[in-house]
Design a protein. Structure first.
Length: 276
């Protein structure tokens, strides 16, 4: 790599690192802070039972006059003092769910940037540009076609097909287990987080039977260690993180991401990212 490429790659790494670090810091700090704050609040001599309520409302727009009138749903939602600990845990869990989408996108962008720098330096960086991302995607797919490699665009699997075609080290790495006591490899872990990204981003965390079966067939023990399926009042199963296990799950993300990028550039150590 030349000096400019090295600087671009390290900048891309810092963006990924900062996204993950800030997410984990927020989860860890605010969980502890909320727990302590709730305990102190509940220990006060007097606390009202109902401490907050909200209503659902929207403007009813008239097609004839173009004006509108606010309408509210008949029931309101409430927070109660005795439910604050449970509510705070639910809040942290909801933050963690959304963070899965954020961290996946950070991983995807970092890997895209590394591929562009290493294999397609004639193209512009995909960061912040849908057109540049599209051009890079088409270039990757064209390379796979020229190499005679069949690929699947579902859940970004074509990225792994390309990387395996370009690097025997990445092929070896993706076939390794994420832990010796767990069955998934780094490749099946990538499939898992891609599925979770779709669940959060496109399905409102609702897990269909087909998706559930796909998850359990690919990474059952990793999934069950870090997530639960909670049935809601409408009978749908929803993805629910195990709050205590979130940081451990994100560590798999980090290992997958930095090692893929390391091998893209032919390195054996993470000193490429000033990690010692």
């Amino acid at each position: 790599m030349n000096t400019t490429q090295t600087a671009d790659l390290r900048k891309a790494f810092l963006i990924y690192k900062n996204t993950v670090t800030s997410t984990l810091n927020n989860t860890t700090f605010y969980r502890s802070f909320l727990q302590l704050s709730v305990e102190r609040y509940q220990q006060q001599e007097y606390q009202p039972d109902q401490i907050f309520s909200s209503v659902f409302h929207a403007y009813n727009i008239s097609s004839n006059q173009g004006d509108g009138y606010s309408r509210m749903y008949i029931e309101s939602d409430h927070f109660y003092t005795h439910e604050l600990q449970e509510s705070s845990i639910a809040f942290i869990a909801s933050y963690q769910i959304l963070s899965l989408l954020k961290i996946y996108n950070a991983m995807e962008i970092f890997v895209f940037q590394a591929i562009q720098i290493r294999f397609f330096p004639e193209l512009k960086s995909p960061t912040g540009s849908r057109i540049n991302t599209y051009k890079l995607t088409r270039a990757i797919e064209k390379s796979l076609t020229n190499l005679g490699v069949e690929f699947d665009t579902k859940n970004n699997r074509y990225l792994l097909s390309f990387l395996k075609a370009m690097s025997p080290e990445i092929t070896w790495f993706l076939a390794e287990k994420v832990r010796i006591d767990l069955t998934p490899t780094y490749e099946t872990f990538f499939d898992l987080v891609s599925i979770l990204r779709n669940l959060v981003g496109h399905h409102g965390t609702i897990v269909s039977t087909d998706t559930k079966n796909e998850i359990l067939s690919k990474a059952k023990d990793v999934f069950q260690r870090h997530f639960s399926l909670i049935r809601d009042q409408d009978g749908y199963e929803n993805l629910q993180p195990k709050v205590d296990q979130f940081s451990n799950f994100i560590s798999f993300y980090n290992e997958l991401t930095v090692n893929i990028v390391k091998f893209i550039f032919g390195y054996e150590d993470l000193d490429l990212f000033d990690m010692y």
